[in-house]
Design a binder for this molecule. Structure first.
Ligand code: MLT
Length: 272
């Protein structure tokens, strides 16, 4: 996949964050947050589609892509702190935020704790629940598996769950790109992120405190954060709508770019 243009670095907290920033500076801002263990290029197709009308920013989360790891343990709270620091450094007082999966965990936590900084929320292939005991144990065995068998094996294990079965026939370029994102993430970042995911707190009990417009998107065949979880979140967020993306699994923005982008554009239009 072609790398989006306008790659920048900025010092935030203890790290250099790498990000793309495109579109008119005076237009409404959308910040895109990728999932685990991916990077900002996950959003290249959305940046391209929206950059004529919006200021679109996608950044590499700490330890992912080309953003530094830093020297502290990872947590969703730390990722939120990085997001807020990033907005402060770029002098963005308020933004629309769009997060996929782990990016959605960060976005939900950020909006619940800093409601005055966000004007709308787009939740993609994500959920509000904490890990079960079994899920936490699986993350710890994933760490052991990476130590014993390496990152290529992790990619081979993750990819069948990230994509809908039909995407293996239709989206081979996207699958190769995602594999590359996984294998280029450092082992230390994988370990730190798996701990952060396992220790994250639920955000379901505060969904009803969200007062901004919310769009929830989910791949019809998302096995990791299935449509039932999106439906449950939609019922609890007052001003929210849900669209199920056909022909897509967990990476619905890559697998069915046309439908995903058209829902995104429709939602953005409704905010004007
Ligand atoms: C992601 O896509 O960010 C991960 O699947 C999230 C998770 O494992 O909970």
């Amino acid at each position: 996949m072609k790398q989006a243009e306008n790659n920048f670095n900025i010092k935030v907290n203890d790290i250099l964050i790498r990000y793309n920033d495109e579109g008119p500076k005076e237009a409404p801002v959308i910040i895109f947050i990728h999932g685990f263990p991916l990077n900002k290029s996950l959003w290249d197709k959305q940046l391209k589609s929206l950059k004529d009308d919006y200021r679109v920013i996608a950044y590499d989360i700490r330890g992912h892509g080309n953003t530094d790891l830093g020297a502290i343990d990872f947590s969703i709270d730390l990722f939120v702190n990085d997001l807020l620091g990033f907005m402060d450094t770029l002098k963005i007082e308020k933004t629309i935020v769009c997060g996929l999966s782990m990016g959605g965990y960060i976005a939900l936590n950020a909006i619940q704790n800093h409601p005055d900084r966000f004007t709308a929320l787009i939740l993609c292939d994500t959920n509000c629940k904490a890990d079960t005991i079994e899920a936490k144990e699986k993350r710890m065995s994933t760490i052991i598996n990476i130590k014993e068998n390496g990152v290529a094996k992790l990619a081979d294990d993750l990819i069948p769950n990230l994509f809908a079965p039909e995407s293996f026939k239709t989206n081979s370029e996207e699958i190769a790109t995602v594999k590359e994102m996984i294998v280029t993430t450092s082992k230390q970042s994988l370990y730190n992120s798996l701990h952060a995911l396992a220790n994250r707190k639920e955000t379901c009990s505060k969904l009803n405190s969200i007062k901004v417009p919310v769009l929830i998107l989910v791949g019809e065949e998302d096995k990791i954060t299935p449509p039932e979880e999106a439906i449950s979140m939609q019922k609890q967020i007052k001003d929210s709508s849900l669209q199920v993306i056909p022909h897509a699994g967990h990476l619905s923005n890559l697998e069915n770019e046309d439908e995903f982008n058209s829902q995104l554009i429709k939602f953005m239009g409704s905010l004007k």
